[in-house]
Unconditional design. Sequence first.
Length: 320
Amino acid sequence: MSAVISKIKAYYLNRKSRSLPSDYDVDNRGYVHFVGTPEEAGAFEVSFYTEEYDSWHLFQSGFNRTIVIATPYDVWVGGEQFTSNKLTITCGDGTATYDPDTNTVTLDGAQITSATNKGAIYAGDQADRTLTVNVVGDSSIHLDSDTNTIGGIYADTLVLNASNNLDICVDNKDSGGIYTNGRDVRFPDSGDVTINGDGDVTISAGDNGISSTGSVTFSGSGDVTIAARSNGIYSYHDVTISGSGNVNIASQYSYGVFEYGDVTISNSANVKIKGFYSGVYIGKVGESGRSLILSGSGKVDIGGTQRGVTLCGDGKVFLN
């Protein structure tokens, strides 16, 4: 939450020399509740102070016991910001709604074609919170090559629940499909990307398809298709494919999966990973102990123009 109200001044309009003789409190929706009965003494005006803007703002005058102040949330869709007074944003023929209590954006037939400079769906500094995106009606994020943004979806940690299909297409060569930026010293478990559900998720990106400072997990029954100019998946930690949907990852000029942890594929469907250099690159130069672990009943096809799998150090391949 930004623009937090930290101080309030209230005066009777006909007696500005004295403050309202009543207490107040601000709830988490940005509503100011007066405990006393200021309406009995006539109209009053209220000013509120925010640390972010370091200034006082005259809000309104009236007779009401409760003054409504819109609280902006640091969550944006299509370049528009959610507030306590605007929890639904129209996106083409569909909508995006926001639940601040659970930090959840729900897409219902949303057609998103614009973005902030961070993302079409963007959650600000929320290192201690997970952004959940629920897809309940077929939705899309389509950004043309002139849209300068980091990713189609940008968050510190992301859970994408796709009950219906989601198509992410980001044409700018410097923009990715999904980008997470967690994993700092305060919140070492943040930064993950998890894709669940039985809807299909398709990502086409000018840069990385998915770029994660945490782990990446596919655990749904829907198909996941990634076509990226750079890496299909770029991850600082583990990549796990354990669902029952088909997974197809392709990189035009780099690696299908480039990551510093283990890659575990236990899918019951088919997994195809193709890269320009290698299909899968695991580990970091100078480090060891990372592995490619294959199990399950599905077919796995990994390849590249130079080699199928690159393992740094004494990395191993396990066939279970």
